[in-house]
Design a protein around this ligand. Structure first.
Ligand code: HEC
Ligand code: HEC
Ligand code: HEC
Ligand code: HEC
Length: 129
């Protein structure tokens, strides 16, 4: 009997590990973007159901949004998953060509406009709950 219990124990542990390590589950509770860098936000936080959004829009390449650049060129086959946008796009005085507000707006609205899908009006993203 102890053998069987130990076996079941390791099985459960393995399943837990698989769930924890699977990237599809790592960000499952992101439902809005509310960057801490905006200390006194003027607009309500942005509704963004990370996984559901990306599934519906067919975005399975993480680097579409979590990109990396070298010498001004977007790098294929590498991503910045795990980093926040604000680590690279903090503000104008960080000497970055794209400050944080523009980074979000260009990325989100840019794709919605070019695909003619997804919201582009302020109140559709910045929603009061
Ligand atoms: C496609 C979605 C989307 C649309 C449409 C959009 N925004 Fe945003 N906006 C964002 C995201 C994402 C952020 C970063 C969210 C955050 O951290 O609060 C942001 C941040 C901001 C910020 C900085 C944070 C704050 O609240 O002070 C301002 C100001 C802002 N947006 C204004 C606007 C205005 C004005 C419009 C319409 C002209 C607009 N946005 C349309 C997604 C959107
Ligand atoms: C449509 C754009 C988009 C795509 C595609 C996308 N993400 Fe994200 N992801 C975001 C945004 C926006 C945030 C919030 C960013 C922030 O807070 O700086 C985020 C946050 C995260 C976070 C939390 C980061 C943190 O430090 O808080 C993880 C983990 C993550 N994404 C993983 C992934 C993985 C894995 C994929 C590919 C399967 C992926 N993302 C695809 C836009 C995207
Ligand atoms: C590892 C650093 C890094 C991270 C993390 C990062 N970016 Fe960028 N991003 C860059 C660099 C470098 C450029 C090139 C322009 C420049 O020098 O600012 C760029 C360019 C952009 C551009 C303009 C070009 C384009 O792709 O349309 C947008 C928009 C943008 N980033 C949005 C975002 C958003 C939104 C996030 C978070 C989901 C993010 N970035 C995360 C470094 C980063
Ligand atoms: C590369 C393309 C792309 C990017 C980048 C992108 N979106 Fe979308 N988004 C879509 C598409 C396509 C839809 C429409 C999906 C559908 O309903 O079929 C959509 C729909 C939405 C919707 C409607 C509700 C929902 O979840 O389906 C919201 C809200 C939204 N996007 C917010 C954002 C925000 C905020 C960002 C930036 C952090 C962002 N999107 C970045 C492609 C994109």
């Amino acid at each position: 009997m102890p053998e069987k219990i130990r076996f079941m124990g390791s099985l459960i542990l393995l399943m837990l590990l698989a769930v924890l390590l699977c990237p599809a589950h790592a960000q499952e509770d992101i439902v809005r973007v509310a960057d801490r860098v905006f200390e006194a936000p003027m607009r309500p936080p942005v509704a963004f159901h990370h996984d559901a959004h990306n599934e519906k829009a067919g975005l399975d390449d993480c680097s579409i949004c979590h990109h990396t650049y070298e010498n001004g060129k977007k790098q294929e086959g590498s991503d910045s998953v795990g980093m926040e946008c604000s680590e690279c796009h903090f503000s104008k005085d960080r000497n970055n060509a794209v400050d944080l507000i523009n980074a979000y707006h260009l990325q989100c609205n840019g794709c919605h406009a070019s695909r003619k899908a997804g919201p582009v009006m302020c109140g559709e993203c910045h929603r009061r709950r």
